[in-house]
Design a protein around this ligand. Structure first.
Ligand SMILES: [Zn+2]
Length: 302
């Protein structure tokens, strides 16, 4: 995390008299943080960054409670392997990729990062969330392009029956994330064909979302997408940050899944390192802490 990167945030609003719902995210710091934590290649930064942003936008649209979260899993046939991101309505987000060093040259046809190249175009995008009754629900859709935004949009349309438009982008400059963000626009009941036509024309005219973010930040992207549609944003922005739910205690507890003989080996080796795959945090679990696990285990059985 660099001090000069502005904090990430989510804006919500409506347009066209409430028949469009808008969620926008400036994800620059979240994605830069992810890049640093996971030592991501340039293209993997874009792929994970778009998925992280998309997971927060999806949580905001699908979540019923202020702490609702969704897990997005992108499993394509490209060299990055898979991408996982968990986003919450409260702005907390975390995620990782299978192969952080997977990378490809810029695409020849347009000079852009080859996100679909490292993600792959064959595969699935799945979204897991908790329903009102507390049961987990997973829906999925085939990948459309491997560019993430189109894949999330298709998932929302096909699996959740939510008409929508999704724009996601990550722009890197000088070896770091300079701009990242996204927009999710949901068509609500009662939307007119005229509004949808205008929205589509706006989105076609605005070009790449990263160009808009570079020109004038998230507000530029929102204003261009909703030009002439009377957008009204909520006054309060929701702060967003890369934050994991791991802890030293959880890391240490995970060693309970090994048997006592294996834990003795860890103690003899001077301790055990646990790396959280979600955030890249390293935990050095000491021999004393491992021995304490056996003590509590025995106590529990007694
Ligand atoms: Zn973690």
């Amino acid at each position: 995390m660099t001090a000069s990167t502005p904090a990430s945030y989510v804006l919500r609003g409506t347009a066209a008299g409430g028949t469009l719902r808008i969620v926008g995210m400036d994800a620059t710091q979240v994605v830069e943080d992810a890049r640093l934590r996971h030592h991501l290649s340039k293209t993997a930064t874009a792929a994970l960054g778009r998925t992280l942003t998309g997971s927060v936008l999806l949580a905001t649209v699908l979540g019923k409670r202020s702490d609702s979260r969704v897990t997005v899993r992108v499993e394509g046939d490209g060299p990055v392997g898979f991408i996982v991101a968990e986003g919450s309505v409260d702005g907390r987000v975390r995620g990782y990729v299978r192969q952080p060093d997977a990378d490809l040259p810029l695409r020849e046809r347009d000079g852009k990062l080859d996100v679909s190249g490292i993600v792959g175009t064959q595969g699935e995008l799945s979204v897991t969330r908790l329903l009102d009754n507390g049961e987990p629900y997973t829906g999925s859709a085939h990948l459309v392009s491997g560019e993430i935004a189109e894949d999330i949009s298709t998932y929302l349309g096909v699996s959740e029956q939510i008409p929508n438009a999704v724009l996601l982008g990550v722009y890197e400059e000088g070896g770091r994330v300079a701009h990242a963000g996204g927009l999710l626009i949901q068509a609500m009941p009662g939307v007119t064909d005229e509004t949808l036509g205008k929205l589509e024309a706006n989105i076609r005219a605005m070009g790449q979302i990263t160009d808009n973010l570079r020109r004038g930040g998230l507000m530029e992207a929102i204003n261009r997408a909703t030009d002439g549609l009377n957008v009204q944003l909520a006054a309060e922005a929701q702060a967003s940050r890369f934050e994991c739910r791991c802890s030293r205690e959880k890391a240490s507890d995970s060693l309970k899944f090994f048997d006592a003989a294996e834990r003795q080996d860890m103690i003899a080796a001077g301790g055990q390192e646990i790396v959280c795959h979600w955030c890249g945090e390293h935990y050095q679990i000491t021999p004393d802490e491992i021995a304490a696990l056996d003590a509590t285990d025995t106590h529990a059985r007694a």
